[in-house]
Structures are given as C-alpha cells and as structure tokens.
Design a protein around this ligand. Structure first.
Ligand SMILES: [Zn+2]
Length: 340
C-alpha cells in the first residue's frame, strides 16, 4: 500500500452517492443466499467473486437482479443494511446517505411499514455498534414509471422515517424524461426532503437543466455530461450545486470511455464543487477508498487535497451543523497528525 493509499484508508469520510442493493458485497450476498437456498446465487464467497465478474453490462443487470431477488422479507432488508454499514466502517466511512429504493421491495410483497422498520432498526444499530451514521435517500426507479413515483412519494411522505433526508430518481435516463416526476418531487420537498436526482450520466446536459429547473435538484447524481455545457458549469459553480462523481461506475456503465478521459478535472477547473463516491461498489469492483485513490490521480491531489475532498462531502451532506463540524474537525485532526 502506498503512503497515499494508507492515508485514504484511515481518512474519516462521508459518502453521498451509494446504493443500498448495489452495496451488497459477495460476503453479504453469500449470507442472503444462505437464507434462501432455492435461489440460483452461489453461497460460497469464492464462487461469488467469480459470479461478480461481469462479462458485459447485460450480465451486470442479470447479476444485480438476482441479488434483488434475494431480498424477500424484512429480515433480509435489515441484514443487508446493517452489513453494508459494516463494510463502510472498515473503510472509515463515518456517514453515508444511502440511496434506497423502497418500491423494489414493496412491489415484491414486503409491507412498506416493515421495510421502513427494518432499515431504521439497522440504522440505529449501525450508529451505536459500528459508528456509522446512515441516512436515506428514497429514490424513484425511473424505468418503473409514474406508478413507482407515486408509491415512493407515498412511502416517503406518509411514513417519513427518522433517517430520511432526501428524495431521488435513478434508473435509465434515455427515454425517461425528468420533468414527468415534478409533482412527486414537489410533494417530497414540501415535506422538507432534499432533492438529489441522477442526471446527465447517460444523457446530455439538458437532463441536468431539467433536474435543476423541474425537480429543484440541490445536488446532482453524476452530472457527467455537464462539462459539455459551459453555461451549465458556470450555473453549478455559482449556485454551489455539487456533482456527485463516481469515476469507476462511469467506466463500468460506459458513460465515460476510460478513467483518464474522466471529466472530473474539468468540473473542478470550472469551480464546481465535486464529491467522490462509489455508486454500486462491489458490482463495479470498487469501494470508496479506491475511488479516492482514483480522484487523487486524476486531480493530482496530495494528503491535504484529499482531506479537502473529504470535507466537501461533509459540507454538502444533509447532516446537521454540529455533526458537520465534528466530522470536519476529525478530518483536520487526522490530516494534521499524518507524518510527513
Ligand atoms: Zn447512482
């Protein structure tokens, strides 16, 4: 491990763009598969590493759906959530806004109240036992259309779990225009939730504009294509609307061809605030520490630069002010104590 990698490993971090089911590591999938022996997913962690080696994007979707199929009852939801927090604790992630898609579970017959109780129970245990504070972004799976939007808004606004801070929109962008989801974002925002849709990952900058004007986005998931529109970059910089950048994910989904061509440097050069995230880490063969390493290389950052990146995430998170101040101070103390 290089000195910089060692620094990253110990650096206290916050992650703002990471998906619930997409965080199921081979270890967690093995535990879930053992609960449901009739599934076709292997239970042996070694065989699972093989299973998680994707041949192409279609294979990725197939594996992702087979993991979704393992989440059948509230105990599966609780186990997944708590174990995801355990994987975060190992990377010194202190706070994460986890994107959760309640619709995938309620559609499969898990009652909404039981789903919410399971994630909230895991959240409380993770905070007290693992030192990881989880918060939720409930997201609409865009491909499932307005029925999913209605259900997601209903659960978010009706049950309002304590850990819920934001409302999102994921899934494919092509053929799924953002403006149709405006009424659901309006409802969520009226309840005090923050707006954090995915936009501009696989479509152009006009989708990011839609997310800003129609969905009143406060942060943008990915926003990769923003660099094609200088006016948009200037707008994001001026209004301090951060982009949640997930470098390795962008390569895996072919939103960007190679890491060296990743536009994160242009975003930063334009004065846009960026945070670094892992999206669906085990599925993309990465984790947050690896993504910080990628960012260090692409942005030519040293320890101070990496600490500043970690503090960006704290600053634009939806933590309360005292929690932000505590985590920022922890990052400063760690950085100051690093031998050089
Ligand atoms: Zn995402």
């Amino acid at each position: 491990m290089s000195d910089l990698d060692a620094f990253i490993a110990g650096l206290p971090k916050a992650e703002l763009h990471v998906h619930h089911v997409g965080s199921a590591s081979p270890r967690i999938v093995a535990e879930l598969a053992a609960r449901h022996p009739d599934s076709k997913v292997p239970t042996d962690p070694e065989a699972l590493v093989d299973y998680f080696t994707f041949r192409d994007f279609a294979h990725f979707v197939e594996v992702y759906l087979s993991v979704v199929d393992l989440i059948r009852d509230a105990e599966d939801v609780r186990l997944l959530t708590y174990e995801v927090a355990r994987d975060m604790a190992r990377q010194n992630i202190r706070y994460a806004e986890l994107t959760v898609t309640p619709y995938s579970s309620t559609r499969r017959g898990i009652p909404d109240a039981a789903f919410v109780e399971a994630i909230e129970d895991a959240r409380k245990s993770a905070e007290s036992e693992l030192g990881v504070a989880l918060r939720w972004c409930f997201d609409i799976p865009g491909e499932a259309g307005l029925e999913a939007a209605e259900e997601t808004a209903r659960i978010a606004c009706g049950l309002k779990p304590e850990g819920l801070v934001s409302f999102g929109l994921g899934g494919p962008e092509i053929g799924v225009p953002r403006p149709q989801f405006k009424p659901y974002f309006d409802r969520a925002l009226a309840e005090g939730l923050h707006s954090v849709p995915h936009a501009g990952e696989t479509t152009g900058p006009e989708t990011v504009w839609d997310a800003l004007t129609e969905l009143r986005a406060e942060r943008i998931g990915h926003g990769t294509s923003s660099v094609r529109d200088p006016k948009l970059l200037a707008h994001l910089a001026e209004h301090r609307i951060p982009l949640e950048v997930c470098p390795t994910s962008n390569i895996a989904t072919r939103a960007v061809r190679t890491l060296d061509e990743h536009p994160v440097k242009d975003m930063v050069a334009a004065g846009v605030l960026v945070t670094i995230n892992s999206d669906d880490p085990p599925m993309f063969g990465t984790d947050l520490n690896t993504e910080y390493g990628v960012a260090a290389r692409l942005l030519e950052l040293d320890e101070e630069g990496l600490a500043a990146l970690a503090k960006n995430a704290v600053e634009v998170s939806f933590m309360d002010a005292p929690a932000k101040a505590r985590l920022a101070a922890e990052i400063d103390a760690y950085t100051a104590s690093w031998p050089r």
